[in-house]
Ligand binder design. Structure first.
Ligand code: GAL
Length: 658
């Protein structure tokens, strides 16, 4: 009996202890499923992150096994978690979703307070999910990274399945893209004179000539020029050169800028011939900030800001009105409605642009140039009057108004063109080219048909000064980097007077109007954007509200050594010479024999990049110069290596040591 009671007592005790341990355990840790975190904070290079579904919205399936819970993402991807020090463990499985049928390779990485604590094997499509179970005691920050497997991020649909945190206390939260505090690399401007405008300028015989000597340094400043050809005159107080040159040929002029602190000189080659835009156009366009909210006052304010901010002193020239200046059919808005054309078929403006001639006069009076937009179809992309069957009249009108640049889109021409032959793609541009050739004005001709029919292969032949190679850019890493790093191969087709155009800049306050926001590119991404576009010899068209530029944005747009890479007279667009995972090196040959080199890190962790001379195409002792800091980094004999921030760049020039 006693034995029985003792046994019963012990059994009850054991049961109670077990139960209570169970209860303590169950109460001790709460569970946060990964699919429950704030998905807007998940950063990835393509598609949308999804809870309990793959990127392409299928049930999560890895290695033939379906999972109910998890997070469907895409490489390169990053979730930054603030663990608050309350998390005990993270558990789950990782793998490539089966939806891409045999495609995709990724690596999953966990970094806890800057220390790598987990790295999956190279995960290939079809492989069984791999187990993750890590101790996170005391960890504050966890980076959950999906790297592309070294073959680009195509089809890299990366799933975290049955994944959860065990925590006690404060709830861990997702933080979103790591913000990088803005830092300024461009050195402060010297008060001494320095001439920054392009070294070469093309003009057609008999057409109005205008070139502004862009110079930094304290004002007042006096400008002069030696060997200025007959037909041109220079305003000594503004540095604006105007006139007309009648005969073909080249003249080298010595420009001078003088203030109380000294004198700067620079050679300018003037080429009178059939080519203009011998260096990529530098300017501003209204679309990425104002879109349909543009009006005359905003354009005037942009011209004022280009001068008052000092941008003009670094060579920025064009002030371009994009779509929405014309009359719109079928609108209730009285400011936009009216007769699209006058009795002679000449195009009218809407009420937001009451006097185009006065507007371009205003822009020109400041030493700047003016640009406009149209489309070859009956209506523009935003549904305003366009040029179809009025091409000659429109070219004439733009010239009378005084425009120096025309961006010519494609929209609504889709209703007219027949088929996919290259000749059909070319037709509207050939028509406008001949219309522009009939007016006595140099108008930069910018094609905007998004790269259809491999426009880069025939853009020059059909008389384009530049051609968009892509769809529209937006201010996200995936858009900007996707476009920029895809330009490789196009360098074969660019050169003085004819440039590839990967679309306008998305730094500063952008927003496609009327409401603007700071660019969603982080600090390092913005340096990457400007560095890459400069290397690509892209037209640089500022897309932000220049009246609201902060010191960081100004630093991005006023670095004369970076701009000089873009404006180099040789006009040789950079090409990619190295790619390893997310690390890339792009090299551009410069006129003086040096190389401009962009070392880019597209991955999400800081990485060391080494530029070997054999890859760069140089030999022996070389001086490496940091272009953004405008500082020599020293002499190197066979390679140069540096750490590069996530999504960041090191832009250097490499020249032979003396
Ligand atoms: C798009 C073009 C944009 C902008 C817009 C105007 O086709 O790519 O840059 O010009 O049209 O409607």
């Amino acid at each position: 009996m006693t034995k029985f009671y003792v046994f019963r007592f012990t059994a009850i005790l054991v049961l109670m202890v077990t139960l209570s341990i169970g209860t303590i355990k169950a109460q001790t840790y709460d569970t946060l499923w990964l699919n429950k975190i704030d998905l807007s904070k998940v950063n990835q290079d393509y598609g949308t992150p999804r809870a309990n579904l793959s990127v392409d919205k299928h049930p999560l399936t890895v290695g033939g096994v379906a999972f109910k819970k998890g997070l469907g993402t895409h490489a390169a991807g990053l979730v930054e978690m603030d663990l608050k020090g309350t998390v005990e463990r993270f558990k789950g499985l990782v793998g490539i979703d089966d939806e891409k049928n045999g495609k995709g390779t990724v690596v999953f990485v966990l970094v806890a307070d800057k220390k790598e604590i987990f790295r999956s094997p190279l995960m290939k499509s079809g492989m069984q999910a791999v187990n993750v179970d890590v101790n996170l005691k005391g960890v504050k920050k966890l980076s959950m990274i999906v790297e592309d497997g070294g073959d680009g991020n195509d089809s890299d649909h990366a799933d975290w399945v049955n994944a959860y945190f065990l925590y006690k206390g404060a709830l861990p939260v997702a933080l979103g893209i790591p913000q990088v505090e803005p830092y300024i690399l461009t050195p402060a401007e010297s008060p001494k004179p320095r001439i920054n405008s392009a070294k070469v300028f093309g003009v057609r015989p008999g057409n109005p000539f205008m070139y502004t000597i862009a110079a930094t340094g304290t004002r007042p400043m006096t400008f002069s020029a030696e060997n200025l050809p007959e037909g041109l005159k220079l305003d000594p107080s503004t540095g604006i050169i105007t006139g007309k040159l009648m005969s073909q040929g080249e003249t080298v002029v010595t420009l001078k800028a003088k203030n109380t602190l000294g004198i700067a000189t620079k050679k300018l080659k003037i080429v009178v011939g059939d080519k203009i835009a011998l260096t990529p156009p530098l300017g501003w366009n209204s679309w990425n900030c104002f879109a349909s909210a543009v009006d005359q006052n905003k354009v005037k304010a942009a011209a004022d800001a280009m001068v008052n901010s000092g941008l003009i002193n670094h060579g920025w020239t064009y002030v371009n009105i994009d779509d929405c200046w014309e009359i719109k059919a079928n609108t209730d808005d009285p400011t936009l409605s009216g007769e699209p054309r006058d009795a002679n078929g000449m195009i009218n403006t809407n009420k937001k642009f009451p006097d185009m001639k006065a507007l371009t006069d205003y822009i020109h009076s400041k030493g700047l140039k003016a640009g406009l937009y149209s489309s070859p179809g009956p209506t523009t992309c935003a549904g305003f009057t366009a040029s179809y069957q009025f091409e000659d009249k429109d070219a004439q009108r733009w010239a009378e108004w005084g425009f120096d640049y025309i961006k010519y889109d494609w929209c609504s021409y889709g209703r007219i063109y027949k088929g996919k032959e290259v000749a059909e793609y070319q037709k509207p541009y050939v028509v406008l080219r001949s219309a522009l050739d009939k007016v006595k004005r140099d108008i930069v001709f910018s094609f905007c048909q998004y790269g259809m029919g491999d426009v880069w292969k025939w853009g020059e032949k059909t008389g384009g000064n530049s051609w968009r190679t892509t769809g529209d850019i937006t201010d996200t890493w995936s858009s900007m980097s996707g476009i920029g790093f895809n330009q490789n191969g196009h360098e074969l087709y660019a050169g003085p007077g004819h440039w590839n155009d990967p679309d306008m800049l998305v730094v500063g306050m952008v927003g496609w109007g009327p409401k603007l926001h700071p660019s969603r590119l982080n600090t390092d991404e913005q340096y990457t954007h400007i560095s890459l576009w400069s290397l690509l010899d892209s037209p640089l068209l500022i897309g932000c509200d220049m009246t609201r530029m902060d010191a960081f944005t100004k630093n991005l747009l006023t670095n004369d050594e970076v701009i000089a890479i873009n404006q180099d007279p040789l006009g040789r667009q950079a090409s990619r010479v190295y790619k390893e995972g997310g690390l890339e090196i792009w090299v551009k040959d410069m006129e003086d024999g040096s190389k401009a080199v962009g070392m880019f890190n597209r991955s999400l962790a800081t990485a060391k990049i080494r530029a070997d001379w054999s890859v760069i195409g140089v030999k022996g002792k070389q001086v490496v110069r940091d272009a953004w800091r405008q500082k020599d980094l020293g002499q190197f004999t066979d390679s140069f290596a540096t750490d590069v921030a996530p999504h960041g760049v090191k832009l250097v020039t490499i020249r032979k040591a003396k």
